[in-house]
Design a protein around this ligand. Structure first.
Ligand SMILES: *[C@@H]1O[C@H](CO)[C@@H](O)[C@H](O)[C@H]1NC(C)=O
Ligand SMILES: *[C@@H]1O[C@H](CO)[C@@H](O)[C@H](O)[C@H]1NC(C)=O
Ligand SMILES: *[C@@H]1O[C@H](CO)[C@@H](O)[C@H](O)[C@H]1NC(C)=O
Length: 449
């Protein structure tokens, strides 16, 4: 077996692209995509490549009858476009994966050139190319993984965030090669901190195990059929969290998510054919319909370059992105949505206590010198300010952040950044702000343009 793996590895080194950390992935819920065609997969892969994302993490639930067809299409598209994919076995959606099924799927797909390989330079592995494998939960099945790894040479980085980092790192004799944290959203009205990330690094670094850090723009779910109805604060989260990536410098970053519509943290496009779960889960409204998140991809090439090189580039294309909820918090009944979730050991609060009624914006600029921000809501103009400069300070190249209150204004939102009277960039074209509530329930999702 060892010889066989060594031989396969030698072939692999010649034929397949191998990757060294630092890499950026996006989480893709395969269960949302039973209607996806080859060209849908190719469209999403092209968008991810334009954003400089290295691979999709394919979240697959046990027993999902759509997996076989979806995985075949996904790998066909990835091969055609030189993109990479790897698996996250979801142990919660439909119960734990049987060990034999995990091994069989990995043996089928990891030899595929499009399956993401991590170049493992740790622990005397001398750059061995190993298929990256993750999970969503499943610590109770930890004992399956020594055998799965022996059969597949998996570089195993599960999300076992229901355990502490040090407990998860020790499970099954320390079977993990690294850990992914799913803790991407702040508690209450606070800003997200790096405390959780530092705890993972502190538990993993002494054992030379990898840390995969989560980055997410938003969280809102209202799916009564799945008993889910809560909100976490996304104000200032996306751009603030990327700054934290530069401080933490994890081995890998995973964006949560590309297409999890049910929890409103998608950064990929919204297609009608992907929204079946809103019917299945009896949602009071399709809160992602017409709610683009495209703006959250705008600065990814910049953030990913800075993360990978550790340096701010000398040149950038300047731009502006904006995000906002489409109604003031008190304009519509809350729809039973709670702020926070007691199941995560948090104190429930009223949702309007978590979020500000504001238009948030971020501008990628060579410098903020001579720059003004104007926010128009339904034609009413406000002048904005930057409340956060890049890490190197005002006047430097990087992302500047700020916000203005919604006030009583309704209508289309246009955010314009100008320098010395000349327009540098605008963010516009998203659904406007209104106090009329679809189905008489608050939509706590946000538009990002
Ligand atoms: C595991 O694989 C077997 C054989 O292909 C299949 O019959 C079974 O449904 C699979 N179980 C799960 C939970 O996916
Ligand atoms: C394929 O993608 C890898 C990055 O994942 C890149 O290094 C390589 O040059 C690409 N090959 C082709 C033929 O485009
Ligand atoms: C979050 O951080 C921003 C930027 O530093 C700051 O303006 C804001 O007051 C903070 N909010 C909270 C609730 O701490």
């Amino acid at each position: 077996m060892q010889l066989l793996i060594a031989a396969l590895t030698a072939v692999a080194l010649v034929l397949m692209p191998v990757h060294a950390a630092k890499e950026v992935f996006a989480h893709m819920i395969v269960g949302n995509l039973p209607e996806f065609t080859l060209s849908d997969w190719e469209d999403d892969i092209r968008l991810a490549q334009a954003s400089k994302i290295d691979a999709f993490v394919l979240n697959i639930a046990a027993k999902d009858p759509s997996n076989d067809k979806s995985l075949d299409l996904a790998f066909e598209a990835a091969n055609a476009l030189n993109f990479s994919l790897f698996f996250s076995f979801d142990y919660l959606a439909q119960g734990p994966w049987p060990q034999a099924n995990v091994t069989a799927l990995l043996q089928k797909f990891t030899p595929n050139p499009a399956y993401f390989k991590h170049q493992d330079n740790n622990n005397n592995n001398a750059g061995r190319s190993r298929p990256l494998v993750s999970t969503f939960e499943g610590p109770d099945s930890a004992a399956d993984w020594p055998s799965i790894k022996a059969a597949t040479d998996a570089f195993f980085v599960p999300d076992w965030s229901s355990k502490t980092a040090s407990d998860a790192a020790a499970l099954a004799g320390g079977v993990v090669d690294g850990l992914f944290s799913f803790n991407a959203w702040p508690d209450g009205a606070a800003n997200m901190t790096t405390d959780g990330d530092r705890a993972f690094q502190a538990a993993l670094a002494p054992q030379k195990k990898a840390y995969m850090m989560p980055v997410s723009p938003w969280f809102f779910t209202n799916l009564p059929g799945f008993d889910k109805n809560w909100l976490w604060r996304g104000d200032e989260l996306w751009d603030g969290r990327w700054r934290q990536v530069m401080e933490v410098v994890p081995d890998f970053v995973q964006i949560l998510t590309w297409n999890d519509y049910g929890e409103s943290h998608y950064i990929g496009p919204v297609r009608k054919k992907e929204l079946g779960l809103f019917t299945t889960a009896k949602a009071p409204l399709e809160y992602v319909k017409g709610v683009t998140h495209d703006g959250w991809r705008k600065f990814l090439p910049f953030y990913i370059e800075v993360y990978k090189t550790g340096k701010v580039p000398a040149e950038v294309e300047e731009g502006v992105a904006a995000y906002y909820r489409t109604a003031p918090a008190l304009a519509c009944p809350a729809g039973g949505t709670k702020g926070n979730n007691v199941d995560f050991g948090q104190t429930e609060v009223a949702p309007e206590g978590l979020v500000e009624d504001s238009v948030f914006y971020a501008a990628l600029l060579k410098s903020d010198e001579g720059v003004t921000v104007t926010v128009s809501i339904g034609g009413k103009q406000q002048t904005g300010a930057f409340t956060r400069a890049p890490a190197a300070g005002a006047g430097t190249l990087g992302v500047y952040m700020g916000s203005v209150p919604l006030g009583e204004n309704t209508g289309d939102v246009v955010v314009t950044v100008s320098r010395d009277g000349q327009t540098v960039a605008t963010a516009e074209g998203g659904k406007g702000i209104s106090t009329e509530c679809e189905n008489n329930v608050q939509n706590w999702n946000a538009v990002a343009v």
